[in-house]
Design a protein around this ligand. Sequence first.
Ligand code: 26A
Length: 348
Amino acid sequence: MSTSSNNVREGILVGCGNPLLDISANVPMNFLDRYQMKEDDAILAEDRHMPIYRELVDGYQAEFLAGGSVQNSLRIAQWILGQPRVAVFFGCVGEDDYAQRLKEKAAAAGLDVHYQVNRGQPTGTCAVLITGTHRSLCANLAAANHFTIDHLEQPANKALVDNAKYYYISGFFLTVNPPSIMHVAETAHAKQRPFLMNLSAPFISQFFMAPLMAAMPYVDIIFGNEAEAHAFATGQGWPTDDLREIGKRIVGLEKLNPSRPRIAILTQGCDPVLLIQKDSVEEFPVTRLAVHEIVDTNGAGDAFVGGFLSQFVQGKSLDVCIRCGNYAAGHIIQNPGCTYSGSPQFVE
Ligand code: 26A
């Protein structure tokens, strides 16, 4: 039985992020070596990475898939909810075929997208290098990097932000437009509504710690995987590599609204998900798939958040939210990129 429900208000969830078209292919390890990339990492493309995209298309059987971390999560939330336009997405694209493809995929998923369009830049892409059960991401943000806060200030978009009840922004978006993040965070705070963020990638804590810490006091729920949590701890100078301890320290960081203590949700691949609250750490087991069942792990973390959000916006318990996150991640890794097949089978 699927959890198709029709009682969630339209536009209840707003997300901001980088709309990217993923160019995904299986590659040998030496491909990563040549570009000095690491398995299961995510980076911003520098000049020396620019040939990757052509190389994937010309030399490997590259697939084009809708991507972008927040947009992935929201598409998955929509799929599980089975009710259109619950989630609204903001991000910046170019005026090209890739933007059209992203828009079609988002609409097919029921997502209500309101892209800012930058006519001088192509839509962003992300190289997804698959090596067995690992993936390495290299994002060329292009138009996505040109998102500006005035898009959120346009009356129709402002109304969408004001009317939402839940807000989700990736750490990745810190590389693009911190003022927009702060604007959404402040709106959430003023209205006493949950603001959720993601650590997104180790490089965010390495190079964007200042804007991340500016947003942190607003963050009610923070998501991350083990590598991201370790990078955050290193960035903070915390003398520990114990994930539980790191989680406890994250939830203990300054918070503007102390009546709603921060929650950290840390994933660790096929090891249990940790739910860390002020006075407790709980584990949620993950169903381990056989290697032959895995198509690729691209989008697993995003799908986890998408599954979580699909229940969270229905006011379900954290336990149900996390179990749905695990369900969604397990489904997505059995499909190419962050795509799904059939109807959702999550049973509460
Ligand atoms: C700023 N960066 C590096 C990024 C991304 C990103 N989404 C937003 N910003 N780097 C990779 N992704 C997306 O992450 C998904 C997998 O989790 C990819 O597009 C991919 O779909």
